[in-house]
Design a protein around this ligand. Sequence first.
Ligand code: G4P
Ligand code: NA
Ligand code: NA
Length: 194
Amino acid sequence: MKKLQDKILSDGKVLSESVLKVDSFLNHQIDPPLMQAIGEEFASRFKNAGITKILTLESSGIAPAMMTGLVLGVPAVFARKRKSLTLVDHMYTASVYSFTKNETNDISVSKDFIQQNDVVLVMDDFLANGQAALGLLDIVEQSEAKLAGIGIVIEKGFQPGGSLLRKQGIRVETLANIASLENGQVTFLEEADT
Ligand code: G4P
Ligand code: NA
Ligand code: NA
């Protein structure tokens, strides 16, 4: 997606060979028109998939998930990272290991909001090692809903998450796929390669 790639090049900051900071439009401050364009792009890619629900993870997945839900006309549900104090037996839970933080966190979703007859689009802001996506897939599996695919705003194609998921036959759509952050430069994979 050209508009997103241009935004990453103009406003993204390469912090290291593996970390891209996008606080000014995605992870802290949010750019609503860009988020709307992102929602329209995901909605167009998944328009024939019969999606009834979007599932993401708080906090940075919420903005793109909500805009995609707006265009598709379906609700967006976000998994919570902190355990709810009530109704624990009424929640799907999964463990997510973070390589960056070297810690495992539980995520949870109420059974009220994802059900067996749903067709779910899993979304997130970043795809790096794929652990967050795997946790969300675990929840979809527990619900016995159908998985339509995964929509990712920024994939770091040089990290293993994307191939891990695609190897399982899952449809993964990413709007900007980064081939490298070497020498302080963002290089994208061509759309055809993703
Ligand atoms: P993984 O799910 O791919 O295994 O991710 P990892 O543990 O490596 O990442 C932990 C957090 O860091 C996630 O956000 C993820 O979206 C984010 N992240 C990973 N790589 C990058 C990067 O290059 N740049 C930025 N800006 N973020 C990255 P989170 O902790 O769930 O936070 P949030 O959703 O509340 O923002
Ligand atoms: Na995230
Ligand atoms: Na994040």
